[in-house]
Unconditional design. Structure first.
Length: 132
């Protein structure tokens, strides 16, 4: 409720937002060259782990579910498609009324990105030769 009071915007859950963001980041990565392209593609791959884990925790095949959702989001141009955890027969999170707050989703992405930055900084400080 606190997040809705701060910002009343919502996104569709079930991994729909993550898959949609992953597709957008992959498209943007195609326009980059070099290390930036690889970093963006890795970020897009990391986003896809969320709906894959959601599918696996629901008793579905993670890879098959993710592939199907990505394909349908691209062909149908419907960013509301996510993992059908309730097994209602539809992947449309708008129809199932599966929502998440935008504020909460942004906080999740920011926290995950900060953790990765901290890990990368540690790798820069500690050189591999110190362990040999």
């Amino acid at each position: 409720m606190r997040n809705l009071v701060r910002d009343n915007r919502v996104v569709y859950g079930g991994g729909a937002a993550e898959v949609s963001c992953s597709l957008a980041v992959n498209e943007a990565a195609k326009k980059k060259v070099g290390v930036d392209q690889y970093a963006m593609q890795s970020f897009a791959d990391a986003l896809e782990t969320i709906p894959m884990a959601l599918a696996e925790n629901s008793g579905l095949s993670g890879i098959e579910s993710l592939a199907a959702i990505k394909t349908r989001q691209i062909t149908e141009k419907n960013p509301y498609l996510g993992v059908d955890c309730k097994q209602k027969g539809t992947n449309d999170m708008k129809t199932q009324k599966v929502l998440e707050t935008l504020h909460g989703k942004k906080q999740q992405f920011l926290l995950a990105t900060q953790v990765v930055k901290m890990i990368l900084k540690i790798d820069d400080v500690i050189s591999p030769n110190e362990y040999q």
